[in-house]
Design a protein around this ligand. Structure first.
Ligand code: SF4
Ligand code: SF4
Length: 158
C-alpha cells in the first residue's frame, strides 16, 4: 500500500467503556476460525452452540452467522462489566478498531472517535500492525451459512 493516512501509525487504547458491546443493535459476525475456537471454549457441539448463541443474518444475498443479543441489545457475552469470552472473542472484536471501513480515509477514523473514546489516545499502533489486522481479516473470511446450518437455527435451543 502507498501513502495511507496512518503511515505514522494511529493511537488507540481501549478504555473498556463497553460501548461497542452494549446498548445498540449490531452484529458480531463469526469467521470460519472463530466458531471452532468458541466450541473449544464452551466444550459444546457445533449444533448446540449455534442454536444457543447464534443467529443468521442475511446480507447481500448470503446468510452470515452472528452472535445473539440480549433484549437490551447487549451482546449475549457481555457480563459483569466485561466480555465473558474475552480470550476467545471473535476476530471482529479483536481487530477493532482496525477495520477496513474505518481506515479507508482519515475522516472515517476521526468519526469513529465520536462513539469510541479509545480512538486517538494511548500508544501508537504502527502501520505494520494495522496492516496485519487488515490482512488477517482478509485471510479469515466470515462464515457463510449453508442449508444445514440454517436448519439448525430453525430449531429451539436445548
Ligand atoms: S467503544 Fe472503544 S473504548 Fe469503549 S470498549 Fe469499545 S473499543 Fe474500548
Ligand atoms: S463477544 Fe465480547 S468483545 Fe465481542 S461484542 Fe460480545 S462482549 Fe463485546
Amino acid at each position: 500500500m502507498g501513502g495511507e493516512f496512518y503511515n505514522e501509525g494511529l493511537r488507540f487504547e481501549c478504555t473498556r467503556c463497553s460501548r461497542c458491546c452494549r446498548h445498540e443493535p449490531g452484529y458480531v459476525f463469526l469467521s470460519y476460525n472463530d466458531l471452532p475456537r468458541l466450541l473449544d471454549k464452551f466444550e459444546m457441539s457445533r449444533e448446540n452452540f449455534i442454536q444457543k448463541y447464534c443467529r443468521a443474518v442475511l446480507i447481500n444475498g448470503v446468510y452470515r452467522l452472528s452472535l445473539k443479543e440480549k433484549e437490551n441489545y447487549d451482546c449475549l457475552f457481555w457480563e459483569d462489566g466485561g466480555c465473558r469470552i474475552y480470550e476467545a472473542r471473535p476476530l471482529q472484536c479483536r481487530s477493532f478498531p482496525f477495520w477496513a471501513s474505518y481506515l479507508s480515509e482519515s475522516r472515517q477514523w476521526q468519526a469513529l472517535g465520536d462513539s469510541c473514546p479509545g480512538v486517538n489516545r494511548g500508544p501508537v499502533h504502527s502501520r505494520e500492525e494495522i496492516e496485519q489486522w487488515l490482512a488477517l481479516r482478509e485471510r479469515e473470511p466470515l462464515m457463510v451459512l449453508g442449508e444445514q446450518d440454517l436448519k439448525i437455527l430453525e430449531k429451539e435451543p436445548v
